[in-house]
Design a protein around this ligand. Structure first.
Ligand code: S3P
Length: 451
């Protein structure tokens, strides 16, 4: 869990070139799914490279509470002894998912068609986020829900005793909602069908197929139609978690804006449903290349090389790319501050319901640091000042959001004066080695309010 302790103010000072290799942690999306599907398989799943961030550790604890045996063998090696589809037992305590929307929404789906009663809660950020987007489709299976006003946590779900399969068109581009419905479909008889108009990250589909479920995907005029046959016996797997492109985004963007930098970020998963930021940075004129491109475990992987890029230009980011880079807009807006001209980000209203309202959080911090931002309900623009021209020198709020905290720490590496966040502790939810990794490249991050 994060944000429950004493806030940790963190300052990033303008620094010299960033140089070296950045070995970022395992993919957060894949780590959550490995634990949950491992817990729903019969037998022992082995996981290497699991992200040991607070979000994923909360999911591991939840899977133990549901009866799975989850063991940390050290060095990123984990095993999960699963209880089978429909085999979850009822947790005897409230399940606390900390800061993690992915954790709580996927777990709700996974338990929704098993006749157990579970109460979920989280930190202040998670308890303010909408859960109706998940509990509405789960009701189609027969799951009952009682929550706070506006569909907020804490919330109790009563799993369906006699689940019926669902046919659901996801109304917002959300891999969490899609995944919750598919996981619920596992213990419903017959076929569960999920339709998404815009393709979102497809790790759940790939992994369900890997675990032996019958799942087909058809591209139709309606969108991407995913059909899952319920009540399979999931076979345990050996999973090697690729490194997280959303974490790679921070050293990559830091190198691009910090004069003289040359950073290699090896072994990054480049699933096309996740790689939109890197294409966008290239469109802006960033010196970013893919080296050693290969396939690993059915996913495209490459080493990213990012170098200081003095001639960045603002662009209109294609809205069709939004889902493939939804977590990367905060750090993209930082890069946009150092570009010449306007970066226009449209079709991004989902940013308003993440760990924070990310448009609001970034707009406030960027403006305080001297950068012009304009915004509407589902769009925002950043008017870049060019290299060496961004003032900085302020303390900004991280609002319990790891990606906001890291984005402003990256910004402080290239502003005229240091940038401080009021609380860097949320960084531990997804990137617990952020400070040491960035420090090893040459960044100057300190845990004190010295701006
Ligand atoms: C995630 C899906 C995305 C993303 C989140 C991880 C996932 O959320 O923002 O960090 O692992 O399924 P939405 O499904 O709300 O878009």
């Amino acid at each position: 869990m994060s944000g429950h302790g004493t806030p940790i103010p963190m300052t990033s000072r303008p620094c010299g070139p960033l140089k070296g290799e950045a070995h970022v942690p395992g993919d957060k999306s894949i780590s959550h799914r490995s634990l949950i599907l491992g817990a729903m398989a019969v037998g022992e799943t082995k996981i290497t490279g699991l992200l040991e961030g607070e979000d994923v550790l909360d999911t591991a604890a939840a899977m133990r509470a549901f009866g799975a045996e989850v063991v940390n063998h050290g060095g990123g090696e984990w095993s999960v002894h699963g209880v089978g589809v429909g085999g979850f037992s009822e947790p005897d305590q409230v399940v606390d998912c900390g800061n993690s929307g992915t954790g709580v929404r996927l777990i709700m789906g996974a338990m929704a068609t098993t006749p157990i009663t579970v109460t979920f809660t989280g930190d202040a950020s998670l308890n303010s986020r909408p859960m109706g987007r998940v509990t509405d489709p789960l009701a189609l299976f027969g799951t009952q829900t009682v929550g706070r006003e506006g569909g907020r946590l804490p919330m109790t779900l009563v799993g369906a005793a006699n689940p019926v399969p669902a046919h659901y068109t996801v109304p917002v581009p959300s891999a969490q909602v899609k995944s919750a419905v598919l996981l619920a479909g596992l213990n419903a008889p017959g076929e569960t069908v999920v339709v998404e108009k815009e393709a979102t990250r497809d790790h759940t589909e790939r992994m369900l197929q890997g675990f032996g479920a019958t799942l087909t995907i058809d591209q139709t005029d309606e969108g991407r139609v995913i059909t899952l046959t319920g009540q399979p016996e999931l076979r345990p797997q050996t999973i090697i978690v690729p490194r997280d492109p959303s974490s790679a985004a921070f050293p990559v963007c830091a190198a691009i804006i910090t004069p003289g930098s040359d950073v290699l970020v090896p072994n990054i998963g480049l699933n096309p449903t996740r790689a939109g930021l890197f294409a966008t940075l290239q469109d802006m004129g960033a010196d970013l290349t893919y080296e050693n491109q290969r396939e690993e475990g059915g996913e495209p992987v490459a080493d990213l090389r990012a170098r200081f890029s003095p001639n960045l230009k603002g662009i209109a980011v294609p809205p069709a790319r939004a889902a493939s880079m939804i977590d990367e807009y905060p750090v993209l807006s930082v890069v946009a501050s150092f570009a010449k001209g306007v970066t226009d980000m449209q079709g991004v209203k989902e940013l308003r319901v993440k760990e924070s309202d990310r448009i609001d959080a970034m707009a406030k911090g960027l403006r305080a640091a001297g950068v012009a931002v304009d915004e509407g309900p589902d769009w925002w623009t950043v008017t870049g000042l060019g290299h060496g021209k961004v003032p900085g020198g302020v303390t900004v709020a991280s609002v319990l959001d790891h990606r906001i905290a890291m984005a402003f720490m990256v910004m402080g590496m290239a502003t005229q004066k240091p940038m401080t966040v009021d609380d860097g502790s949320p960084i531990a939810t997804s990137f617990p080695i952020f400070e040491s990794l960035m420090g090893g490249l040459g960044a100057q991050l300190v845990r004190a309010n010295t701006a």
